[in-house]
Write a protein that binds this ligand. Structure first.
Ligand SMILES: Cc1ncc(COP(=O)(O)O)c(C=O)c1O
Length: 441
């Protein structure tokens, strides 16, 4: 079969875009490989470098999407690409035994994440949370799980419910997909974030049945909801008292907020942690880590009773990318830059909104920021975000796209700054934001 791609036909501009989009639809349901990548207007990406990407029409965008989070240094970051190229000269996947790079990455994770005594590598955040939940069930001998409304932990049946629920589904059974096993959906109990009473009552109602409490320590899948004073500490002690494990899903917060994850910042240590995304600056690497006593249940160890496998686990390319990324994060320079630019962006946006008298809330932490279009109010859980004007939120981002600024036009999605962004990028973005906000009715 001869592939008839727009590139092969040397089309450019709108013609190329249309041809590729049609071809994508022809071969892939909806024309994308992840449902949340389907946006309006559609995008065909031609290249990415540093703080920006360019579409097939030649339009360059300053990128705050960062591929949903992994891009912490910048696209195609030279030191990462160099390490990947080097490893490809001498090694690829052998899938037996262990290779030095895997050991080096595991050592780095254990050294960085305060609660990690051991770790196992996999390829995606969903795999990592799946393994964490399964080992929690094996370790405690209990079937149930507590998650929080608005948190996302991947696409598997164990946790894929009550994420960005429609208002009428909040507090209800809200699986995110058809085809999920009823038993799995119902074994996952849903609580309100920042509500310790809700967790206490749920633990009481399901006494002796809860294997683990899993959460994003900052729920970034709904933008940025900060944990209230004492909430994480409260969860820690409730989990211990109930004989349940505490799992921090640090797939986003992990290396983006600090080398030791958010647990280092908040000082609360979970039993298990999952990491992914920015650990390898865009290469598919993730890990489950935690107390050795729990990790030793995995069947990677002789006598372990929890199955753990993955053809591509510890792939040399991903390990090389992770090592290069983690080494660059080591001295704090990257995080200082990310936090400074994040603050400049948030302050700048607040100033603009005040000047224009637009009721909105600028939220964020470190390199993460976003604007909720709703009157000022404390944001404690997902229900508070139901006041966000989703239509306006999306329209604002579509207008920014026209000005070469990319923030994914989907409700509640966060923006992420990378090390490659500059003060000039931030200021240009603020200027574009002001222009758009002035006209947004
Ligand atoms: C907190 C969190 N956990 C897990 C996942 C799943 O990770 P992946 O998409 O790599 O499977 C995500 C993805 O967005 C996430 O944000």
């Amino acid at each position: 079969m001869v592939l008839d791609t727009a590139v092969q036909r040397q089309l450019t501009g709108p013609e190329a875009e249309l041809a590729l989009l049609q071809q994508a639809e022809r071969y892939m349901p909806g024309g994308v490989n992840t449902s949340l990548r389907r946006i309006q207007p559609p995008l065909v990406i031609a290249s990415a470098q540093g703080a920006s990407f360019t579409d097939i029409q030649g339009q360059r965008y300053i990128d705050y999407h960062a591929a949903f989070g992994p891009i912490i240094l910048g696209h195609n970051y030279p030191a990462v690409v160099r390490r990947v190229n080097e490893i490809l000269q001498r090694e690829d996947l052998c899938g037996v035994g262990v290779a030095p790079l895997e050991v080096a990455v595991a050592q780095k994770i254990v050294e960085c994440i305060p609660s990690a005594e051991k770790t196992l590598l996999c390829n995606s955040g969903s795999e990592a949370t799946y393994h964490a939940i399964r080992v929690a069930r094996a370790y405690t001998g209990r079937p149930k799980l507590i998650k929080f409304q608005g948190c996302y932990h991947g696409w598997h049946d164990y946790a894929c419910r009550n994420i960005i629920s429609a208002p009428e589904r909040v507090g209800q059974r809200d699986p995110a997909s058809a085809g999920m096993l009823d038993a799995a959906i119902d074994a996952t109990l849903v609580c309100r974030f920042n509500d310790l009473n809700d967790v206490a009552e749920t633990l009481q109602r399901h006494h002796g049945e809860v294997a683990a409490i899993i959460l994003e320590p900052i729920p970034h899948n709904i933008g940025c909801v900060l944990p209230a004073q004492g909430f994480l500490e409260g969860l820690r002690s409730m989990a211990s008292q109930a004989g349940s494990l505490l799992i921090f899903d640090e797939v986003i917060t992990g290396f983006r907020h600090g080398l030791g994850g958010f647990q280092q910042i908040c000082g609360v240590l979970p039993d298990l942690t999952t990491v992914g995304k920015s650990i390898a600056n865009g290469f598919p690497m993730a890990a489950v880590c935690g107390r050795a006593e729990i990790l030793d249940h995995f069947a990677t160890r002789q006598g372990g009773d929890v199955f753990f496998a993955g053809t591509f686990n510890g792939h040399p390319v991903n390990c090389a990318a992770a090592l290069a990324t983690l080494e660059l994060l080591q001295d704090g320079q990257v995080h200082r830059h990310l936090f400074a630019l994040g603050e400049r962006m948030r302050q700048g946006l607040r100033g603009i909104l005040q000047r224009l008298k637009i009721p909105a809330i600028v939220a964020g932490y470190g390199s993460i920021f976003l604007t909720y279009f709703m009157p000022e109010r404390p944001i404690r859980d997902y229900s508070d975000l139901l006041h966000n004007d989703a239509e306006r939120f999306i329209r604002y981002r579509r207008e920014l796209m026209k000005r070469g600024i990319f923030k994914i036009p989907l409700n509640l999605k966060r923006c992420q700054i990378s090390f490659s962004h500059t003060v000039e990028d931030i200021d240009r973005t603020l200027q574009a934001s002001e222009d758009v906000l002035k006209q947004l009715d």
